[in-house]
Design a protein around this ligand. Structure first.
Ligand code: LLP
Length: 436
């Protein structure tokens, strides 16, 4: 496969396909969205979102399970609502995500709260909301949670997140399952922490959790980690008398960006079933990227084509402040012209960049793709996960709006702010004289 051929794989990708020479989002031609909303903008396919959730959920049919969508991948209200209506819970990592989940209609008893640095007010908000469980990552966190919950006359349900010491074989910045990372409690310390949990008044130890990294395309690290997690759970139950009701297997399932095929979902689910055989409780799953990546694109317009002596630069109106993944992780995203290239169009090798004033502002480096002209639209693919949520207003660029498509309809689900809104929270200090 090369950059010009459509990616292989499930029909899901058909959320964005050429039809009559123009790329559509479901039944809506992308130029219609660009003309009405302006560029850059994010475009999501509700059909793909729904299809992904149903497919994921179905893979665990027959075993008690709860799919808690990891909001961090894409926390737009319309995206969360799409999943909530299909029965999803939420995996949250902050009070902001708690509020987003509740506002979008996720039932509190389907919310799990992860993260190594929960503050006391965040804990209190989640206890008050009545969430399902806190995934606790250290003993000091456990002590704090107990104090917060018992101060409120409540008992917090806890899953200890253990660090199974399995290398996920993914990008260093998104690996989390080894002791070099800040995540989870190392297995040989976790038994004592579990004993401590059982002794604390504001805590009920209800389960264990793990998450070994993101964008895993092989099932093997999962298999190894599930085995260690379940083995440890059995020890806690049979030798230490803990009553564990839930095992949270985390997220991290990889999607198809370029070379590596997506993770084999049936094999992943089979590995989980195998490891869990005989475990009497519920399995919690926290997929983020897998549910949303393929459902979104970043739609941008070519501003200039600049031909240097060494390179040709395609300069877009989208930039690293919109999609930071290429700059931050050297991530590869497909870039395709919205107007279907003529058969036989001679490909060119270009750097696709944004207007931001630094060299790391790249969308694609040395990309071989059909030639594009100023004024043309391009779709940056597989951008539904860790796209809009990681954007910033660097260079004082407005956050790009988000658009949801469903069949032939589309709707702005996050508006482009105004410049006045962008600076509305800023003030001069009282000692500065305002120039009028
Ligand atoms: N659960 C926990 C505890 C996590 O830390 C994460 C992701 C997930 C679930 C969801 O993982 P997913 O299924 O989406 O892989 N910004 C990076 C990815 C960071 C992932 C952080 N944790 C990127 O753009 O690749």
């Amino acid at each position: 496969m090369n950059e010009l051929s459509p990616p292989p794989g499930p029909a899901l990708r058909d959320g964005f396909a050429y039809r009559d020479g123009t790329m559509h989002a479901e039944d809506v031609p992308l130029p219609v969205i660009a003309d009405e909303i302006g560029t850059p903008c994010w475009v999501y396919s509700q059909a793909v979102l729904e299809d992904r959730f149903r497919t994921f959920d179905a893979a665990f049919a027959g075993i008690p399970h709860l799919v808690c969508y990891a909001l961090k991948a894409n926390s737009n209200q319309a995206v969360i609502r799409t999943f909530a209506e299909l029965g999803a819970g939420a995996d949250i990592v902050s009070e902001g995500e708690l509020r987003r989940a509740l506002a979008a209609g996720v039932a509190p008893e389907r919310i799990v709260f992860a993260g190594v640095g929960k503050t006391a007010p965040e804990m209190a908000a989640a206890v008050a909301a009545g969430i399902l469980q806190f995934n606790v990552e250290s003993e000091p966190e456990l002590e704090r949670l107990s104090a917060v919950a018992s101060g409120m006359g409540r008992v917090a349900q806890v899953a200890l997140r253990v660090n199974p010491d399995v290398d996920a074989g993914t990008h260093a910045k998104i690996t989390t399952g080894t002791p070099e990372t800040k995540f989870g409690i190392e297995l040989d310390q976790a038994r004592d922490v579990a004993a401590r949990a059982a002794a604390l008044p504001g805590i009920r130890l209800a389960g264990l959790a793990m998450h070994i990294g993101s964008q895993l395309t092989s099932v093997e690290p999962y298999r190894a980690a599930f085995g260690r997690l379940v083995g440890f759970a059995r020890t806690l139950m049979s030798e230490d008398g803990h009553r564990l009701e839930r095992l949270d297997l985390g997220g991290g399932l990889g999607v198809h960006y370029r070379h590596a095929p997506p993770v084999d979902l049936p094999a992943y689910a089979a590995a989980a079933r195998e490891a869990l055989a005989g475990f009497p409780g519920t399995v919690v799953l926290e997929p983020g990227r897998w549910l949303v990546a393929d459902a979104g694109i970043l739609l941008a317009r070519v501003q200039y084509v600049k031909r240097g002596s060494l390179k040709t630069f395609v300069i877009l109106d989208a930039a690293m402040n919109d999609l930071v993944r290429p700059a931050m992780y050297d991530a590869w995203h497909p870039v395709r012209p919205v107007a279907e290239p003529r058969p036989g169009a001679e490909p060119v090798t270009v750097d696709v960049v944004g207007p931001i004033c630094e060299s790391s502002d790249v969308i694609a480096t040395a990309r071989t793709m059909p030639p594009v002209e100023p004024g043309e639209l391009v779709a940056i693919g597989v951008a539904g996960a860790y796209g809009a949520v990681m954007s910033s207003i660097y260079n004082s660029r407005l956050l790009a709006p988000e658009v949801m498509v469903r069949g032939g309809d589309f709707s702005v689900v996050r508006a482009r702010p105004s410049y006045d809104e962008m600076i509305a929270h800023e003030r001069l200090a009282p000692w500065q004289t305002r120039r009028t």
